[in-house]
Ligand binder design. Structure first.
Ligand code: GAR
Length: 222
């Protein structure tokens, strides 16, 4: 049963596919009060994902819905909606949720769904971002939090962290450096959202305290 306190507390549902390190960070910061919201549930599309146990260990309700049990993307996405909506989320957080989302699903949560993507968007939408940054000879790389829109990895950016690419980096070392920043910037963005400071405008811009953010959002440099 919801108490008065849990009814007032902004509710976050986190979607994961894998380890769930971002989910863990967000859950712990919500529990400590650093993020003034609660992780109401975690949904995972891979029954073997280790993040499921990490959520259970933290007494977070977990919904597992295997996308392989569905004939189409649309059918899977439609089945996710009631599982998510039963927790009445104010915010849906994609944290390593490795699925392309259908239009109907995106529209339902537009303006209240965030994603974290391991590149300095608009660079390197899609997969293998760390290797692509190394192959291109980039001197910097990073990570972006953005609102989710119908364009894959294309919604308005809220915050980015920039890291150096070192001469001896391979994809795993670069990924590790980027992930350390993920665990800093995702809680900041989620906190802003649940505090009501971060919004997506009708014009499709990310705004913080009513001010439109630039195309690269707020930038943190290592
Ligand atoms: C994160 O590094 C995130 O940036 C990436 O998946 C990882 C999940 O890690 N997301 C994407 O590539 C989305 N296109 P986690 O499960 O430990 O949070």
């Amino acid at each position: 049963m919801m108490t008065d306190q849990t009814m007032d507390t902004p509710r976050i549902v986190i979607l994961i596919s894998g380890t769930g390190s971002n989910m863990i960070t967000l859950a712990e910061k919500a529990r400590s009060g650093e993020i003034p919201g609660m992780v109401a549930a975690v949904l995972c599309n891979r029954p073997e994902a280790v993040g499921i146990q990490h959520a259970k260990d933290r007494d977070i309700p977990v919904e597992v819905l295997d996308h392989k049990d569905f004939d189409s993307r649309e059918a899977f996405d439609a089945a996710m909606i009631p599982l998510i909506d039963q927790y009445q989320p104010d915010l849906v957080v994609l944290a390593g949720f490795m699925r392309i989302l259908s239009e109907d699903f995106v529209r339902r949560y537009q303006g209240r769904m965030l994603n974290i993507h391991p590149s300095l968007l608009p660079k390197y939408q899609g997969l293998n971002t760390h290797q692509r940054a190394i192959d291109a000879g980039d001197s910097v790389h990073g990570v972006s939090v953005h609102f989710v829109t119908e364009e894959l990895d294309g919604g308005p950016v809220v915050i980015q962290a920039v890291v150096p690419v070192l001469n001896d980096d391979d994809a795993p070392t670069l990924q590790k450096r980027v992930q350390q920043q993920e665990h800093i910037i995702y809680p900041i963005a989620v906190k802003w959202f649940v505090e009501g400071r971060l919004k997506m405008s009708q014009a499709g811009e990310a705004t913080l305290d009513g001010q439109a953010l630039s195309a690269s959002g707020i930038q943190l440099t290592d």
